[in-house]
Design a binder for this molecule. Structure first.
Ligand code: NAD
Length: 485
């Protein structure tokens, strides 16, 4: 029987699909129905070796290619992605379960944005001339070498290009390992790079579980590791990279605060809070899952919030009217439901949702808790599902202290119409990516990333160039050497 989304093979190495069925099986299920849609295999040591060798060989030539030509390849890949958006979005929906209403607008399109941005930028990235009297020095921005990208399962197409685009633009090659939960989309991106004129071996995809990620990170051929994943995995990967002095970017989890003052436009703030918790069925790292609402408006806020939450259209992700799909997997659904049970046990008030939706697939209801206190498990741990916790606060000083009382610091948001307060509060929040009267925008032009336990480095924007290149300083003596010997 042919499976609906079966790729030609599990891995894409040196410009071609490659299979090795000796690897541990990776079964792909469509989260909306539980139907098996593809059968892949985790990379064996031979596959990992082939991918890294191909990447190492391709990088040497690519680094010598003029930046403007590298950029052209990336921009051609962006054009192909845009032309195939429908097909790529459907695949993203099969891979993740996210509704087409989202995938048609934010997945392949944001991958294309990254390729256009870095493809356009790279020819203008130059070094410096440093005058030193008679002598002088200059700097060059040079590639790092072979980069490994390791992805999470919530945005498989986007993550593959948020890492791939700046890496390739800067003259590096990449071996990308998607999450074992969503292995399909990155293979298409690897195909598209070849179609766009990238040399074979420049962008390779290998499948696998954490052990494959671990083998990639510790291989001496690898110069840089960029992980999108949980804080726990981040600590392991960062330590493994540090052991061999490799460059590292860590895009990890969050438990971000969203603060709503009583002077805010409440309808707008509810829209923001819903975007910050329900988009992609709550599987977004920067989600504002701790929603602090000022006392005077809290009950009115909750009433309208639950009306709007109950109106969310849950259902078939392939129907473009659907606003909310299933969880990525049965396992993730069970994890989220265990947090819901903990919330109830520990005394939070369930305002709406809180149940599995019976039937096919891994659906759960959009869920809101009120009367959450700062010490409850749902207030402290990243749930990574559609579970919003609403807290009450009275003063600005109090809410800032409570918002910052977490080891994580990916994002933070404020809704208020007092613009001096907006900036003052944002200034005081420990977070890398902040929003005022908005939430969860992630345009390629602006840096994205966290502070504290949420990671190091930045993706997107000019800042990413520094994380995929390094400086070489050249000192030039114009006269005789001034030697005392
Ligand atoms: P995860 O940490 O379980 O896995 C992430 C990736 O790391 C997977 O590809 C996995 O196979 C790999 N991996 C696991 N152990 C490894 C090891 N020891 N060495 C190398 N690789 C290893 O995360 P997940 O469940 O796939 O994704 C959800 C998490 O990702 C959440 O915490 C979420 O907040 C975070 N996330 C962060 C961002 C961001 O940009 N900051 C974006 C999306 C998701």
């Amino acid at each position: 029987m042919t499976l609906k989304c079966q790729p030609n093979a599990s891995h894409f190495i040196n410009g071609a699909y490659v299979e090795d069925t000796a690897g541990k099986p990776i079964d792909c299920f469509y989260p909306a129905t539980g139907e098996k849609v593809a059968q892949l295999y985790s990379a064996t040591p031979a596959i990992i070796d082939a991918a890294l060798s191909a990447a190492q060989a391709a990088q040497k030539q690519w680094a010598k290619t003029a930046p403007v030509e590298r950029g052209r390849v990336l921009r051609r890949a962006a054009d192909i992605i845009r032309a195939r958006n429908q097909e790529l979005s459907v695949l993203e929906t099969y891979d993740t379960g996210k509704p087409l209403q989202e995938t048609l607008y934010v997945d392949a399109t944001s991958a294309a944005d990254a390729l256009e941005y870095f493809g356009g930028l790279i020819a203008s990235v130059t070094g410096e001339h440093i005058p030193l009297g008679d002598n002088w020095a200059y700097t060059k921005r040079i590639p790092l070498g072979v980069c490994v990208g390791i992805g999470a399962w919530n945005y498989p197409t986007q993550i593959s290009c948020w890492k791939g685009a700046p890496a390739l633009a800067c003259g590096n090659s990449m071996v990308f390992k998607p999450s074992e939960m969503t292995p399909l989309c990155a293979l298409k991106i690897a195909e598209i790079f070849i179609e766009a004129g990238a040399p074979a071996g420049l962008y390779n995809v290998v499948q696998g579980y954490g052990d494959v990620g671990g083998a990639l990170v510790s291989d001496p051929r690898v110069d840089k590791v960029s992980l999108t994943g949980s804080a726990e995995t981040g600590k392991k990967v960062y330590a493994a990279a540090a052991a061999n002095m490799k460059h590292a970017t860590m895009e990890l989890g969050g438990k971000s605060p969203l603060i709503i003052f009583d002077d805010a436009d409440v309808e707008n703030a509810i829209g923001g809070a819903l975007l910050a918790n329900m988009y992609s069925t709550g599987q977004v790292c920067s989600n504002g899952t701790r929603v602090f609402v000022q006392k005077g408006i809290k009950e009115a806020f909750l009433k309208r919030l639950s009306e709007r939450t109950e109106a969310i259209k849950v259902g078939d992700p392939m129907d473009e009217e659907t606003q909310f799909g299933p969880m990525v997997s049965k396992g993730q659904r069970d994890i989220v439901m265990s947090y819901v049970a903990k919330g109830i046990d520990e005394g939070a008030r369930l305002v709406t949702g809180g149940h599995v939706i019976e039937g096919e697939g891994y659906f759960i209801q959009p869920t809101i808790f009120a009367d959450v206190t700062d010490t409850m498990t749902i207030a402290r741990e990243e749930i990574f599902g559609p579970v919003m916790s609403v807290f009450e606060f009275e003063t600005e000083e109090e809410v800032i202290a409570r918002a910052n009382d977490t080891e994580l610091g990916l994002a933070a948001g404020v809704f208020t119409n007092d613009f001096t307060r907006a900036h003052r509060v944002i200034d005081a929040l420990d977070a890398g990516t902040c929003y005022i009267n908005s939430y969860n925008d992630a345009p390629v032009e602006a840096p994205f990333g966290g502070v504290k336990g949420s990671g190091i480095g930045r993706e997107n924007s000019k800042a990413a160039i520094e994380h995929y290149s390094q400086l070489k300083t050249v000192y030039v003596g114009m006269g005789s050497v001034d030697s005392p010997y």
